[in-house]
Design a protein around this ligand. Structure first.
Ligand code: HEC
Length: 214
């Protein structure tokens, strides 16, 4: 501070006063150390304590225990995938149906009277003894007369063995067997693969031929 600088005192014309007098005068003019509101730091301390307390209560309520699945953006969401929507074979089969079968058998599975037989409520789709038959129909196609739900058809269905994989055929038949009120067990890719391996490359079936084979 300049008050302790003797050369400064001389410049300000205080050279005739004794050093003690000047000192005493400056001391008297010095501002009190404890000036201002002495309670202010206490108020500040109180505000800080309240803020810390509020913060602690807030974290206790909303921190979710700092769960890594919420706070860690780099975490792989394995736990969330497990609880997410599950894609079933029937759901995949619906896509295959929409792309390959719907034009003839219709979205309702009712077919077209006299032209395309129904899949909804069809004994071929539902009965256990026809389980292998419908795999054969989709793999190799079907020609000639057929009776479905008491109605006669005499048309031709195109083969899908060259277009669809075993899994796709299994999925579409699983869909057909569980849609429109139908309720029959799923078809597996292994069942389709077994029939493909047994018959290899061949032409369309007739119903007469199908009923002779298991
Ligand atoms: C081009 C039209 C057409 C397409 C596409 C088609 N079908 Fe067919 N489907 C037929 C016809 C026609 C018959 C009956 C054939 C006959 O008269 O011998 C038939 C018969 C069937 C049968 C046995 C009879 C019954 O109604 O249950 C099943 C099962 C079947 N189709 C499933 C499918 C599936 C699954 C697909 C798609 C992968 C498909 N079809 C695509 C026309 C079609």
């Amino acid at each position: 501070m300049s008050s302790e600088n003797p050369s400064h005192l001389e410049q300000s014309g205080a050279s005739d006063e004794s050093l003690q007098q000047v000192h005493a005068r400056l001391q008297a003019n010095k501002p009190e150390k404890a000036q201002g509101n002495p309670r202010f730091p206490l108020v500040l301390l109180g505000i800080m304590c309240a803020a810390i307390f509020f913060g602690a209560v807030y974290l206790a309520h909303y921190s979710a225990h700092f769960d890594a699945s919420i706070y860690n953006e780099h975490q792989k969401p394995s736990a969330q995938v497990a609880t997410g929507p599950v894609i079933t074979p029937a759901m995949l089969g619906k896509r295959v149906f929409t792309a390959n079968c719907m034009t003839c058998h219709q979205a309702t599975g009712q077919g077209v009277p006299g032209v395309y037989p129904p899949l909804a409520g069809s004994e071929f789709v539902l009965k256990p003894e026809h389980e292998k038959h419908i795999i054969k129909i989709v793999l190799y196609g079907l020609n000639g007369p057929i009776t479905v739900k008491g109605a006669n058809f005499n048309n031709a269905m195109t083969p899908f063995g060259g277009i669809l994989k075993d899994e796709q055929i299994a999925n579409v038949l699983t869909y057909v067997r569980s849609e429109w009120g139908n309720s029959a067990p799923a078809i597996t890719p292994e069942q389709v693969a077994a029939i493909r391996a047994e018959f290899g490359a061949r032409g369309p079936w007739t119903v007469e031929e199908l009923l002779k084979s298991p």
